[in-house]
Ligand binder design. Structure first.
Ligand code: BES
Ligand code: ZN
Ligand code: ZN
Length: 479
């Protein structure tokens, strides 16, 4: 799907079909040129109402507002309906004098158009080829073409990066192995001019990543450590992103019941989001030094599996008593966080499908933000709001630390209570953050929204690519 901007009025542009958004209740707007037909259909312009006038080649969609998120949702809805028709080109007008809405239209359409059909013999081949956005305004206003074009380009980069991430997360575990994830990272590095370092088990041993190694040990698919670097021109900040890349989480010897095991191919969601972010930032060309660090492994069972009662030694020398092998993500992340800090970044952000408890706490659409710095947590919350993603802050407290106490090691890998598991997992990670980095670190638990088994908004069944828009926005406002 390609996007074009045209200075002609909407009516003058040639296209197979036109889309008109109507602000809720505005039945008399000048853009409603088919009053009789809409009356026949009893179109009341109530929020989310759709009137598709096939004969007039026009679809009307009523929106709650023209906020970016409502425009994004309406654009996705339009594309989902229109892609089923035998048409190739679409036209749409501009909304509320704000160039960011060009980005929202583009994001909504690319995200709404996404389907994961690689494994289907019968593919849905129809797709819209071109979308022309007229500079004609719904309200009286004027938009500068250059800023509209720039906004559109950003939308394309971000939405395509999200679909890149969705594709990897959706790929089944026997095809998206740690080696395959490393290959994808290597290809991304080649196409986007990034530095790329891939480490195998030998590298993990040299790095003394005893926790990461233990998790990966029972799989026939060997682990991979991945480190991509993007150096923008005159970088203003250095940021390290760390992603949990469990290509499958069976739970290990603390085996998951089968209904919880299904969908655990998505336990690589954090890693794929980190790759999507470095793809987007390198294409946006932002002045940042960005490191994308991924721990890719498979948590399986076998005679050589790590087990409850084992004591592991992490890269920083801290010892961990394993009480549950299903709390594996934090073990992989612990070693990767130690590595990330050796780069002396200004900020460290880990992204992980870490706990079912976070899904219980915040629901399946919202990710959790944890960390020690109020300002940092808040800036991520604001950035995610602004980007259209849903997040909420979960605050640590002084009573949590004792929940991770072990009688024989520096800490246990699970809490000794069944409550508040998202926070205790976050606090476990905090044990691997050096004192000087306390206020530079954020942990994002995306276990809820990374993979949802039903469509929501512009997200299809399956992987959403959550986290990319929030972190890209956060980086943009932080530089
Ligand atoms: N990968 C899971 C967390 C998860 C759950 C992600 C649901 C997405 C959806 C993680 O490794 C895990 O199994 N966590 C355990 C921790 C427990 C053993 C302390 C959990 O959440 O049950
Ligand atoms: Zn697990
Ligand atoms: Zn996991």
């Amino acid at each position: 799907m390609i996007f074009e901007i045209d200075s002609k009025n909407l009516e003058e542009i040639e296209a197979d079909y036109s889309i008109v958004f109507i602000k809720k209740g505005s039945k008399e707007h000048r853009w409603i040129s088919h009053k009789d037909e809409l009356e026949l259909l009893k179109f009341e312009a109530e929020a989310d109402e759709v009137a598709n006038l096939f004969e007039k080649r026009r679809i009307y969609i009523a929106t709650r507002s023209f906020d970016h998120e409502d425009i994004r949702l309406a654009s996705a809805k339009a594309i989902k309906i229109l892609k089923k028709l035998n048409i190739k080109t679409l036209k749409i007008g501009s909304y509320t004098g704000d160039a960011i809405n060009f980005r929202a239209i583009c994001e909504g359409m690319i995200l709404g158009d996404y389907e994961f059909d690689r494994y289907k013999n019968k593919k849905n081949s129809k797709t819209i080829e071109k979308v022309i956005i007229s500079l004609e305004e719904y309200d009286v206003g004027e938009i500068d073409k250059d800023s509209a074009l720039a906004s559109l380009k950003e939308g394309e980069i971000i939405a395509n990066s999200i679909n890149f991430t969705r594709d990897i997360v959706n790929t089944p575990p026997d095809d998206a192995t740690p080696i395959k994830i490393a290959e994808i990272a290597q290809n991304l590095a080649t196409s986007n001019n990034l530095e790329c370092k891939i480490g195998d088990e030998k590298f993990l041993e040299e790095q003394k990543m005893g926790a990461f190694l233990a998790v990966s040990r029972a799989s026939v698919h060997p682990p991979r450590f991945i480190h991509l670097t993007y150096k923008g021109e005159n970088p203003k900040i250095k940021v390290a992103l760390v992603g949990k890349g469990l290509t499958y989480d069976s739970g290990g010897l603390s085996l998951k019941p089968s209904e919880y095991m299904a969908t655990m191919k998505a336990d690589k969601g954090g890693a794929c989001t980190v790759l999507g972010i470095i793809k987007a930032i390198s294409e946006l060309g932002l002045p940042i030094e960005l490191h994308a660090i991924v721990g890719a492994a498979e948590n399986m069972i076998g005679g050589n599996a790590y087990k409850p009662d084992d004591v592991l030694v992490a890269k920083n020398g801290k010892t961990i008593e394993v009480k549950n092998t299903d709390a594996e993500g934090r073990l992989v992340l612990a070693d990767c966080l130690c590595y990330a800090q050796e780069l002396n970044p200004d900020y460290i952000i880990d992204i992980a499908t870490l706990t079912g408890a976070c899904v219980v706490a915040l629901g399946e659409y919202t990710f959790g933000i944890m960390g020690h710095s109020k300002e940092l947590k808040n800036s991520m919350f604001e950035a995610s709001n602004c980007s259209g993603e849903l997040s909420n802050e979960l605050h640590f407290n002084r009573y949590l630390e004792k929940l991770l106490k072990s009688e024989i090691a520096d800490m246990s890998n699970i809490s000794n209570t069944r409550y508040g598991g998202a926070l205790s997992a976050g606090l476990f990670l905090s044990n691997f953050i050096e004192e000087k980095n306390r206020d530079r670190w954020l942990h994002l638990d995306i276990a809820g929204p990374a993979f949802v088994e039903k469509e929501w908004g512009y997200n299809p069944y399956g992987a959403s690519g959550v986290g990319i828009r929030s972190v890209v926005e956060w980086l943009r406002v932080t530089i």
